[in-house]
Design a protein around this ligand. Sequence first.
Ligand code: PHE
Length: 453
Amino acid sequence: MSERVSFGSRMGAVFAAAGSAVGLGNVWRFPYETGNHGGAAFILVYLGCVFIFGLPIMIAEFTIGRRSKACTGGAYSMLAPGTPWRWVGYLGVLTGFLILGYYSVVSGWTLEYIWQALTGGFSGKTSGDYVAMFQDFSQHPFRPLVWLLAILLITHFVVVKGVKDGIEKSSKIMMPLLFVLVILLAVCSVSLPGAEKGLEFLLKPDFSKLTPDVFLGAMGQAFFSLSLGMGCLSTYASYFGSKTNLGKTAMGVGLIDTFVAVLSGLIIFPAAFSVGIQPDAGPSLIFITLPNVFQQAFAGIPVLAYVCSVAFYVLLALAAITSTISLHEVSTAFLHEKFHFTRSRAAVLVTSGCMLVGIVSSLALGEWSAFKICGMNIFDALDFLTAKIMLPVGGMFAAVFVGWYLDKKIVRGEVTNYGLLKAPYYPIYVCILRFVAPIGILLIFVNELGLLG
Ligand code: PHE
């Protein structure tokens, strides 16, 4: 077998993992979940989930990937041969496949918005017009499907091109650019008239709003945003070199991801309150709020409004694509390594399957919206099932696997690079994997079912 490819540099590893983590989860999903769950109190619980569950589980996934040098579908079979642990790997592959299906639909929306921004579609409109524009588009039977296909094809070609040229290079250029633009827009949004109400919503916690749903939502969002619980980062870690510092990389990814999410909140809420859009508008929130920001913040300078809106949607699409690539890679690597398909044949299968899931999720917002599962349309049901159930379950198993099953020499060896690094956090890390994370995640599930008090 040929030698396994790896990322070209240590920074390459951080950028690629951060590229997977930072995406629509931060800019699209985080604000709407925050809006649906009442604002600041949700954010506090979210931060707790990121630092208490997220970072240790990320290091655990890195450990599984780098040690096994296999994609997630094969990693558990490699480290625990002949045991049922392999099902955790398969669960991850299925979760990633389903997420990619509906995530690509939203990624496709960003392409439509690039098109609108380029052709001046936002100028001279009121906030009511932006709402109508989004509804007309997202409920249209074909238009979103064309963009969905475009996103899947782009993702497909990057994945086929391979790790180093495709994934690493694209992340290195796009991430810093996205950063700069997000900061700029947050400043603009905060200076809009009436923005204070949005800031208050975002920063002043109202603890009476802490329901079981808030905990489940925050936990799901933390897993989703950090790309955890489905072996995505463990698949990436299988391409890490032996010198990559797992703890530091996890910290870097966690901080970058949280920073972009909070800044996205700072862009959306002040602007939403300023123009009177409800914070709980759901998945449409950023698509109806942002065009307002561009038009209003740069009202006197139309060129700037034009340039910023084009740049923003281009970067958002790129951030989405670095995430779709990582989702696609999990299934493709699995089919390639497990069934020995060539990478390109494996990728064709994944792309076609995701197109089908994507078509169903997209139509669920328009033509098929009357079809409901537990009161949700198929798009929302897929999001609920994957983000709020499958990812936390996968993350819990990863924690238990590394905390309890894996040989401690390996667990310590991976975080210290077999004696080369000090890892003073090691005892806390193991304690979280063994007790805090599994029990915490279970309690949140049980609480949601209403079995606690
Ligand atoms: N973390 C990505 C985002 O925030 C989405 C994602 C989830 C990617 C799970 C991979 C795995 O957009």
